[in-house]
Ligand binder design. Structure first.
Ligand SMILES: *[C@@H]1O[C@H](CO)[C@@H](O)[C@H](O)[C@H]1NC(C)=O
Ligand SMILES: *[C@@H]1O[C@H](CO)[C@@H](O)[C@H](O)[C@H]1NC(C)=O
Ligand SMILES: *[C@@H]1O[C@H](CO)[C@@H](O)[C@H](O)[C@H]1NC(C)=O
Ligand SMILES: *[C@@H]1O[C@H](CO)[C@@H](O)[C@H](O)[C@H]1NC(C)=O
Ligand SMILES: *[C@@H]1O[C@H](CO)[C@@H](O)[C@H](O)[C@H]1NC(C)=O
Ligand SMILES: *[C@@H]1O[C@H](CO)[C@@H](O)[C@H](O)[C@H]1NC(C)=O
Ligand SMILES: *[C@@H]1O[C@H](CO)[C@@H](O)[C@H](O)[C@H]1NC(C)=O
Ligand SMILES: *[C@@H]1O[C@H](CO)[C@@H](O)[C@H](O)[C@H]1NC(C)=O
Ligand SMILES: *[C@@H]1O[C@H](CO)[C@@H](O)[C@H](O)[C@H]1NC(C)=O
Ligand SMILES: *[C@@H]1O[C@H](CO)[C@@H](O)[C@H](O)[C@H]1NC(C)=O
Length: 746
């Protein structure tokens, strides 16, 4: 048989050498192996009527949709280009519903199997131990069971990635024998036990990630032997601190993320030699003491997250070396002293909230300065004392409830409360104060973000069928920490209702349904939900769940904090999907609010009242402006006249009408430049001349005023003396004693 094929092959070569590549064929047993694994995995669209190595008819998808990849790659250099062997099978994001095929050994030249983001279940076959695989990627499936020790027999294995699955058990110590391993990515599984001591041998490692697992014991100090390490990610792994001192020698690290360590307090690890670091995350690691000055020399740093530790003391001057760092999070420490100017100039790229800085304020302290989040930076100092930035929020009266449609528009539920609009899409670090009695402080940027829109507010992508879907259609997200803060609340016990519904995963049999979102919730500083998983508690994706708690309000405020403690998947359905999600918040009193305070300060009635009052005030102002505008000429003139400080009297129009016999034509004695002049007789017998300004041009009025000023000031025998004037309605009249021709002729 073999002889026959060899013969055939050489014949073909001999006869058709010029067509060598076109005529090349995948070895027959590998074709059958492909048929078998297709069946096992549930791959239905392979077309076996063409040569699998031809790259045609769906054996390689030429223009892959984002994420989706589909390729069987062959090496056709065998027998001078007459025989092919499969070297790589990449089937990404295809929702394959089957199991992992145990018989990969039937592809003797296979180097790569990549089944990232499918819907495969079952366990990892120990048979794979007999392959010559270089890359194994099983990210984002439903795999269970433990990692078989046989995999250590694959001496060629460089990359083994099984993140976002449901694998469990202890890591077999045989894995310490993997002599070529570079990437070992085990995050988001249920692994337990300690890291095997044999792992000290894995000196070829460049990328090691074990976040979101249930390991026990300490982070081993032997990681110092992994001197080629480029990326080390240990977030919420279950391992305890402190961070081993040996980390100091890993000078090749560019990305170091350790978070949510349970363990004793420890000083900041010595990282002076890690000058290549681009990302440094040491969040919630129980680090005490001061910020080390060597941080200032890490000029490659793009992200620095030291939030939620116990760092104290002032910010060292040398830290100004980090002025070009994209994101700096110092949230939730005990830092004191002044905030350096360069930090205040970083805007929403730095978060300083929840610290103990001294921020000099001239007037009212602000919760954000130059858009730097300084909320609850605790000791804001004004000239006479230490004040909180929230002091600047005035409470004209107590309010007794709070409703927020987190991430969504204002919505009024039938016969019930109005949930406030919360559609402000924030930056990586921000403080936002709403027009109602609440504000929020948001910290963090989504790391490795492949989401189609980079946003902190997510909208549902499929129909929601719960009651009041308006509350759940939009939700606010947080990559790290999000605090809603309500103020002006009257004292007493309140019920806090938190509404959740998962809207980023999909409720179907695809990899998009395999995400796990896990976070913690704190109310009034106390953790009320740990490892909260919306989907688990609600009983499915797209289903609503309400969690209620009692909050005791004594100081007018309620603080509700959502915190990502490093758990859950971070790459399903795409990278950047993790952290808290909140749909709506309702806070209602457990008591009947006192009558003098309006219960439901933001109820419909009050809102309508406020709107009506506002509208009335605006109308009133407009009316006044309109009225003033109409009479402004007179007003101006009267003011002008008053400004003249005249020695003249004022007549009423009625007096002048009486004196001139209602401007009788018989009394008309001439026509001046601005109008007719009448002779008149006042009640006291004084004879006067009355000049009437007929045309009411602006210039006329001005002249009129000037004339009065001039005449009243003049005292000359040949000139008439101004006796008085009258401005009434549209009548402008000057009354003069004696009739002088000089004047009339003007
Ligand atoms: C491959 O081709 C070369 C010359 O082109 C020949 O010398 C050699 O024998 C061939 N090998 C096989 C296995 O056909
Ligand atoms: C293994 O994966 C790496 C990273 O994706 C890639 O660069 C490399 O070419 C792969 N090796 C093989 C043999 O497929
Ligand atoms: C794998 O999933 C299929 C349905 O997709 C189910 O019938 C089967 O029992 C599962 N197997 C394991 C080992 O979970
Ligand atoms: C593969 O590994 C297992 C256990 O790790 C070992 O017992 C076995 O001898 C190995 N097989 C080969 C072929 O090396
Ligand atoms: C790991 O490093 C320690 C100390 O540097 C050394 O004693 C030990 O032999 C190393 N182990 C391996 C497997 O290289
Ligand atoms: C933290 O570790 C201590 C022992 O080191 C253990 O008692 C405690 O339960 C751990 N806490 C958590 C939250 O894992
Ligand atoms: C914060 O600073 C103030 C004054 O600077 C000090 O009195 C207070 O004890 C500090 N609080 C903490 C928790 O360090
Ligand atoms: C400064 O703080 C004190 C104490 O809270 C307060 O009484 C005072 O009004 C504040 N002064 C200014 C100018 O804000
Ligand atoms: C979101 O949910 C609402 C309520 O079920 C629905 O009307 C709307 O069409 C959904 N949005 C999308 C994009 O499917
Ligand atoms: C308020 O709640 C606290 C804690 O739940 C409770 O101890 C207290 O009795 C409550 N007060 C009232 C007035 O109900």
């Amino acid at each position: 048989m073999l002889l026959l094929r060899l013969l055939l092959a050489s014949t073909v070569t001999f006869c058709f050498s010029t067509f060598a590549y076109g005529a090349s064929l995948l070895a027959g047993d590998e074709v059958q192996a492909l048929r078998d694994i297709a069946k096992t995995m549930g791959k239905k669209d392979w077309d076996f009527s063409v040569d699998p190595c031809s790259g045609q008819s769906g054996w390689t998808t030429p223009y892959p949709v984002k994420g989706l990849e589909n390729a069987v790659t062959c090496d056709c250099t065998f027998f001078n280009g007459t025989e092919c062997h499969v070297i790589s099978i990449v089937l990404k994001a295809q929702n394959l519903p089957g199991k992992l095929p145990p018989d990969l050994g039937r592809f003797p030249y296979l180097q790569e199997i990549d089944l990232t983001r499918n819907y495969l279940n079952g366990s990892i076959p120990p048979e794979w131990g007999s392959t010559k695989l270089v890359n194994i990627s099983l990210i984002g499936n439903r795999l269970t069971g433990s990692i078989p020790g046989e995999l250590a027999n694959i001496t060629t294995l460089k990359s083994f990635t099984v993140e976002y699955n449901q694998l469990s058990g202890i890591l077999p110590s045989e894995l310490g024998n993997m002599s070529s391993i570079e990437r070992l990515l085990l995050s988001s599984n249920y692994f337990t036990g300690e890291l095997p001591s044999s792992f000290a041998n894995l000196t070829t490692l460049t990328d090691f990630r074990i976040s979101d697992n249930q390991f026990s014991g300490k982070i081993p100090n032997y990681i110092q032997n992994w001197t080629n390490l480029d990326k080390l990610v240990i977030q919420a792994s279950g391992l305890n601190g402190p961070i081993p001192t040996g980390i100091a020698v890993l000078g090749e690290l560019t990305d170091l993320r350790i978070s949510d360590l349970n363990g004793s307090e420890a000083a900041f690890p010595l990282l002076n030699d890690l000058t290549k670091l681009k990302k440094l995350i040491l969040r919630s690691c129980n680090i005490v003491g001061q910020l080390p000055i060597f941080l200032g020399t890490m000029t490659s740093l793009k992200t620095l997250d030291l939030s939620f530790n116990k760092l104290s003391g002032a910010i060292p001057d040398r830290l100004s070396g980090l002025q070009k760092t994209d994101y700096i999070y110092l949230t939730g420490n005990l830092l004191t002293g002044a905030v350096p100017l360069w930090m205040l100039n970083k805007g929403d790229q730095i978060d300083l909230s929840y610290n103990n800085f001294t921020v000099e304020t001239s007037g009212q302290p602000e919760c954000q300065k130059r858009s730097v989040n300084l909320f609850a930076s605790s000791s804001m100092r004004n000239t006479s004392g230490v004040v909180s930035c929230l002091r600047s929020i005035r409470c004209p009266k107590n309010l007794y409830n709070l409703h927020i449609n987190c991430g969504g528009k204002e919505v009024t539920l039938d016969g019930s409360a109005t949930y406030n609009d919360d559609t402000n899409d924030v930056g990586s670090s921000s403080f936002f104060q709403s027009s109602h009695n609440w504000a929020f402080s948001s910290t963090g940027d989504f790391l490795d973000d492949d989401r189609p829109t980079k946003t902190y507010i997510w909208k549902n992508s499929s129909r929601l069928s719960m009651n009041n879907p308006e509350l759940y259609m939009d939700a606010r997200l947080s990559p790290l920490s999000l605090t809603y803060y309500a103020f002006c609340l009257g004292s007493g016990n309140y019920t806090v209702n938190l509404h959740f519904a998962e809207i980023m995963f999909t409720d179907d049999k695809t990899y998009s349904s395999l995400g796990r979102r896990i976070f913690d919730v704190y109310i009034q500083g106390k953790r009320v939900l740990k490892d909260f998983d919306i989907v688990k508690v609600a009983g499915g994706i797209g289903k609503a769940v309400k969690q209620n708690f009692t909050a005791v309000v004594t100081g007018n405020t309620i603080e509700i904090r959502f915190y990502w403690a490093g758990k859950g998947t971070t790459g399903i359905p795409y990278r950047g999907v993790y952290g808290p999600l909140i749909s709506a918040i309702a806070v209602d009193p457990d008591f009947i609010p006192p009558p003098e305070d309006e219960s439901g300060g933001i109820s419909i009635g009050v809102v309508v009242g406020i709107v009506a009052a506002g509208a009335f005030v605006i109308l009133l102002i407009l009316a006044i402006l309109w009225w003033k505008g109409c009479l402004s000429q007179k007003n101006t003139m009267e003011q002008d006249l008053r400004g003249l400080d005249l020695q003249t009297g004022k007549f009423t129009l009625r007096q002048i009408k009486a004196a001139t016999n209602n401007f009788d034509a018989a009394n008309k004695i001439g026509e001046g430049g601005f109008g007719p002049v009448y002779k008149g007789l006042l009640a006291d017998g004084t004879v006067i001349a009355v000049k009437q300004l007929s045309a009411k041009s602006k210039q006329g009025n001005r002249e009129f005023v000037n004339e009065i000023g001039m005449i009243s000031a003049l005292q000359h025998p040949h000139l008439v003396k101004l006796y008085g004037c009258c401005i009434e309605g549209n009548q402008l009249l000057l009354g003069q004693k004696n009739i002088g021709c000089n004047w009339i002729g003007q």
